[in-house]
Design a binder for this molecule. Structure first.
Ligand code: IVH
Length: 672
């Protein structure tokens, strides 16, 4: 294929892929299969690799996330991003309408949903997305364009016609309820703390430095206004319809996500409708926004200090239910964290039946001052996770016992500890507290970790109760005979299945072994990054906090957690036994990082290395674009010196002024 053909094909594939992306993510009406989509995307990727001069930052290939961003520059908004006054009552809606009418006479209003997410401003020039900026303080925000490009319902190139040459689309970035629940279900599996609510999670996600991570989380969007010269009409409502035709996800009038009215009664009918049906929506809303529809009338009404006179927000009070507290239980997690849970008389709330609600920690318990049998008020945080928000004190039975936090672990009786600066209590009896032990082993054998066939939670508990296993390394000392000796319905075949599952798990790659250990804060994704950053268990165990923080996505909390984990002699012993039992404790060279960080460098290696085999170090250099050469010359860029490098070589390097580095320095060059 020549350049001209490639350019044409790239343009054609990009257009088609964006069209299918739009059909899928904006209209929810795909016309091709995922496989067909992936095939086209692969073709485009290959072409862009072969002809990088035709790769655009708005190519559909960028949807999966581009390079890491270091910090987000602050940029001014061309038009300030205003906020709205909130109201909670019918009277205030009537007052708003009266104020508007007094100023400019009868007019038409647009009512739409108030999405509970994060405001975003998107600038389009010549139909291409050029910038995505957060609201910030309203005057200036942060440029998060690379992350915005990964949001599938935001068009990178506009369709149709009639868009102004240079304009802004504004809207809200959100997680749908379904996607948020999916994210949390995954975190629960990984033993990670759950996200508290979709809005904060969306805000946190948009500030991630790795756009690939943003792409994986599955953010969505709704656009609610256009700003700029030369908009198609002078009606806000109709402009949004145009925006829809250009490819934006906008509120659908057919679903009544947006509607118009000419008086307070019409506005209230919309508000009441969604007040009753908001649980049925795919996303969370916290109210309704009412806007004067005519842009010229908007201009005439103008602004007060902070918010426009032509718009207002009606906020729904969060739905609450009152129910009886049946008791408080305390759960011990795999990391030893003890969480109080309110057991409730089942009650309907915002579309689901609520039976339990997390009470988070001792502070929260104190704040609520719960007593046995209290009637408690329950709300959903971000409308998803049930939370006890208060007590009906007047209904408290006289003499009811106050619920207090525990001093000792409910499972093993060990006195609980509370780390400085943390709200959680922990049971420190890591190796003796039954639920901690079994949950750690359950995590270890789970599908995303070691994926051991034939071993589920129940079997783990059975083996533990029978004292066959006390830690994860004991699993590999099991034998068919020892399992059969349990009796209880064990058959040769099922016992063999367990043993062969364990045997097979010895091939599981290092990053999953690391994840399987269940180090606090080390989830699946972070484990991958750490495995690539450290390359081996041995190196990881000797890394300092500074070195750990140098790994992508590893902050102080994770670094400290890793250091604490390996500081425990019991953990060191387990890792050592797992190594002897044949589990993989290093990355294969082919799993290591691939980059062009060493491009153009000619590197000589000499001696024996701590963290690399002889071939491994060569492969690592080559995979990162460097060239390995056998002898030192004036063209050599670096000599990597291992133990036992001869003095003659060192002298030669000095003579030719070739820098001599050690293997850690090389690793830093590759990772840095
Ligand atoms: S209009 C001047 N419409 O609510 C008008 N805002 O204080 C500016 N929001 O942070 C906003 N849904 O991000 C508008 N349909 C909607 C909205 C909406 C949610 C957010 C917005 C802003 C806050 C308003």
């Amino acid at each position: 294929m020549d350049r001209r053909q490639a350019e044409q094909r790239i343009a054609e594939l990009s257009r088609e892929l964006e069209r299918h992306n739009h059909l899928y993510y904006v209209l929810a009406a795909p016309v091709i299969t995922d496989q067909e989509f992936d095939r086209m995307l692969k073709e485009l990727e290959d072409l862009e690799k072969a002809f990088p001069e035709f790769a655009s930052p708005n190519s559909p290939t960028q949807r999966v996330g581009g390079d890491i961003t270091k910090g987000f520059p602050t940029v001014p908004h061309r038009y300030p991003m205003l906020s709205l006054g909130n109201t909670y009552s019918r009277e205030e809606v009537e007052e708003f309408v009266a104020r508007v009418e007094k100023a400019i006479g009868p007019t038409r209003y647009s009512m739409e949903l108030k999405y509970d997410g994060v405001a975003i401003s998107l600038t389009y020039k010549d139909g291409e997305l050029v910038r995505g900026v957060t609201r910030g303080d309203g005057e200036k925000g942060e440029d998060i364009t690379a992350n915005v490009r990964t949001i599938r319902s935001i068009p990178l190139r506009l369709q149709g016609e009639g868009w102004p040459k240079d304009f802004e689309a504004r809207g809200e970035v959100i997680f749908t309820k379904k996607q948020f629940e999916k994210l949390n279900a995954q975190r629960e599996k990984e033993g990670e703390e759950l996200y508290a609510n979709p809005r904060n999670t969306a805000a946190g996600t948009l500030k991630q430095q790795d756009p690939k991570e943003v792409a994986k989380r599955g953010l969505d969007s709704f656009m609610y206004s256009l700003q700029g010269e030369g908009l198609p009409t002078r009606s806000h409502f109709e402009n949004l319809e145009h925006a829809h035709a250009w490819g934006f996800k906008t509120p659908d009038p057919k679903k009544r996500y947006i509607d118009r009215a000419t008086d307070a009664a019409g506005i209230m009918a919309f508000i009441d409708h969604w007040g009753q049906h908001r649980n049925e929506l795919e996303m969370i809303i916290d109210g309704v926004v009412v806007k004067v529809d005519d842009l010229d009338v908007q201009d005439e009404l103008g602004l007060t200090a902070k918010s426009p006179r032509w718009a207002m927000a009606y906020k729904y009070a969060p739905e609450q239910a009152v129910t009886k507290l049946l008791g408080v239980t305390f759960q011990v997690g795999r990391t030893g964290a003890v969480t109080p849970v309110a057991e409730l008389d089942p009650v309907q709330l915002a579309g689901t039946t609520v039976k339990r609600a997390s009470l988070f920690n001792a502070d929260q318990l104190d704040r609520l001052d719960l007593h046995q049998g209290d009637m408690v008020r329950v709300e959903k945080a971000g409308e998803i996770i049930p939370q006890v928000v208060g007590v009906e004190i007047a209904k408290r039975e006289p003499g009811a016992q106050r619920v207090s936090f525990l001093h000792d672990c409910p499972e093993c009786g060990t006195p609980l500890i509370r780390l400085e600066g943390e709200a959680q209590h922990y049971c420190p009896n890591e190796h003796g507290c039954p639920p901690q032990i079994t949950r750690r082993i359950e995590h270890f054998v789970s599908r995303r970790a070691m994926d051991i066939d034939g071993l589920g939670a129940e079997t783990v508990q059975e083996f533990h109760a029978a004292q066959l296993i006390g830690d994860v390394a004991d699993l590999y000392d099991l034998s068919v005979d020892r399992i059969l000796a349990l009796g209880k319905g064990w058959k040769e075949k099922s016992a063999e299945k367990v043993i062969s599952g364990l045997e097979k798990s010895k091939q599981v790659p290092f990053d999953r072994v690391l994840f399987a250990l269940g180090i606090r804060h080390v989830g699946e994704t972070v484990a991958k990054k750490i495995a690539r950053g450290a390359m081996s268990m041995e190196r990881l165990m000797s890394m300092t906090k500074e070195e750990l923080v140098g790994i992508e996505e590893v902050g102080e909390v994770i670094a400290e957690s890793i250091i604490d984990f390996f500081a425990v002699p019991g953990n060191q012993r387990i890792v050592e036994r797992l190594r002897q039992q044949g589990l993989r404790m290093e990355m294969e060279a082919s799993e290591g990082p691939a980059s062009d960080k060493l491009k153009g460098l000619s590197i000589v290696v000499s001696g024996v290395f701590r963290t690399f085999s002889r071939d491994g170090i060569k492969e690592a250099i080559e995979r990162n674009g460097g060239k390995v050469s056998g002898s030192i010359s004036s063209k050599t860029s670096y000599v990597v010196a291992g133990e036992g490098m001869g003095p003659a070589k060192r002298a030669k390097a000095e003579e030719l002024k070739v820098p001599v580095i050690d293997e850690d320095e090389l690793t830093r060059m590759i990772e840095g």
